[in-house]
Design a protein around this ligand. Structure first.
Ligand code: PLP
Length: 363
């Protein structure tokens, strides 16, 4: 007899994080993980450091003060907020709580690459629905629903495409799903979206017993190293997740930094304004070189390279990394022609734009 993991885990392609190192370079320009360009609020960093003196103490297992701060900032009842070690943890806990062997977990063709991993880890079957123009299609999702469907994950905006569904489309999706299907709206990039027809989904959570919205401190708050995410859930879902959540899943440092970050509205606004300025600049530059980009509302841009000839995404990646710059391939999300670029600071954006321009001039 050989020690064997559960069948879903054997099928799973492991998650490969955005690279942060390159052979031959002491430092690199890292544009591979959609980390907020301006870094964290200095107030968050100071709050994190201050917890170092209390390292021997367990954190508040209920993250009470943090949940209150999140509630105050977003006008939410803190009783309906849960916190996790990154939103990844909450997304995984939802799968564990609501799906298992024989069940299906549904998402778009180019969805966040962790969704199949969450499904397979609990023994459920991941199901992909086709997308239209790199955008989730509500009709395609609805057409893939079966009696086995238990969870639908929609990242809004989606990573790695940067595209979004309007609040009307999200409502239409919820209305078209059975009551026993949980709709998980993963709004990791919500703070970057400046369009009026977008909503992170709070009103959908309020209107039903089967919608959850997840958020993260890893993107606009640039605190990926602290591992902090949260979710706004119906009370029944909170109760369920609190039963299976590890008791001290959010560290003291993450809690303190999260409180400081969420209260530093001025810094968050500056981070968003930076993105609002540089995302279109980056897109215009690349389009000007004859490349197609996917319209993004997040803090990153998906660039599409020709599928053959001298300017494929493989060759582009080799060229860009030879300059010490690391964006992210999107093959694992079913987009082999794509490279995803995080909107960094001005020098970083100019560096990658310059590299791609030189690459496109090469025959
Ligand atoms: C759409 C989406 N959801 C969730 C996450 C997970 O973020 P974290 O676990 O750092 O909160 C990411 C990170 O890249 C993401 O892009």
């Amino acid at each position: 007899m050989v020690l064997t993991p559960r069948p879903g885990i054997i099928k799973m392609a492991p998650y490969v994080p955005g690279a942060s190192k390159l052979k031959g370079f002491d430092t690199v320009i890292k544009l591979s993980s959609n980390e907020g360009a301006l870094g964290p609020s200095p107030k968050a960093t100071a709050a994190f450091k201050a917890t170092g003196n209390e390292l021997h103490r367990y954190p508040d297992g209920n993250a009470l003060e943090l949940r209150k701060s999140i509630g105050d900032r977003h006008g939410l009842n803190p009783e309906k907020v849960i916190c996790g070690a990154g939103s990844d943890e909450i997304l995984a806990l939802l799968a564990r709580a609501y799906a298992g062997p024989g069940d299906e977990i549904l998402f778009g063709e180019h969805a966040f690459v962790m969704y199949p991993i969450f499904a397979l880890s609990v023994g459920a079957t991941p199901i992909k629905a086709p997308e239209t123009k790199y955008t989730v299609s509500v009709d395609a999702l609805l057409s893939k629903v079966t009696e086995h469907t238990r969870i639908v994950y929609v990242a809004n905006p989606n990573n790695p495409t940067g595209t979004m569904l309007t609040s009307d489309e999200m409502s239409r999706l919820r209305a078209g799903l059975r009551e026993d299907i949980l709709l998980v709206i993963d709004a990791a990039y919500a703070e970057y979206v400046i369009r009026d027809d977008y909503s992170p989904g709070i009103e959908l959570v309020d209107a039903s017993e089967n919608v959850v919205m997840t958020r993260t401190f890893s993107k606009i708050y640039a605190m990926g190293g602290a591992r902090l995410g949260w979710a706004y859930c119906p009370e029944t879902v909170c109760e369920v997740i609190n039963k299976i959540r590890p008791p001290f899943n959010v560290t003291s440092g993450a809690q303190a930094a999260g409180i400081a970050a969420v209260n530093d509205v001025e810094f968050m606004t500056r981070s968003r304004d930076h993105n609002t300025e540089w995302l279109p600049w980056l897109s215009n530059q690349l389009e000007g070189m004859g490349l197609n980009t996917v319209p993004s509302v997040g803090n990153f841009l998906l660039v599409l390279f020709p599928r053959s000839g001298p300017h494929t995404s493989d060759k582009a990646m080799d060229f860009i990394t030879s300059r010490g710059i690391v964006p992210r391939r999107t093959s694992s999300a079913g987009i082999p022609e794509g490279i995803r670029i995080t909107v960094g600071i001005e020098d970083e954006i100019r560096a990658i734009t310059g590299a791609i321009s030189d690459f496109m001039k090469k025959v």
